[in-house]
Design a protein around this ligand. Sequence first.
Ligand code: FES
Length: 164
Amino acid sequence: MQDNSTYKISSEVSSKINKWLLKFPDGKKKPAIIYALHLIQKENKYIKSIHVDALANFLNLKNIDVYEIAAFYSMFELEKIGKHTISVCTNVSCMLNGSDEILSYLESKLKIKVGRSSDKYFLKDERECLAACCGAPMMQVDHKYYENLTKEKIDKIITEIENE
Ligand code: FES
């Protein structure tokens, strides 16, 4: 990660964005925003206003065009977060199969409240259905799915992360 006070889109990211732009008619830059934000977030862990400004400048768009997308989609983080992101689904199937208990257990095990972050973990706001209802209750850790959760299974997952 580079010093964000002088953020400039990296050559690797800019070259990927330019390649992506070739899919769209000349001058149509907005379709690249989501893709570019993913790349920038991957390099920087979360999206700061200087990233928004740099991307808007790179795409020759207004800052608000980029910011409204970064702020709207839940996959973009606008605040500093821990190394591992955990998202527990609390939609109907998961809720009926104990997601509230799973979430409480994670809060107490990781000593963070939902929506908050420690240096190591970010327990994301409760998620809508993550399309794994047959494995309810479930969660994502860094976008990897874990299903049929129990407290014991969570202990094992967290131990594996701790031993990485
Ligand atoms: S309700 Fe949780 S994955 Fe669908």
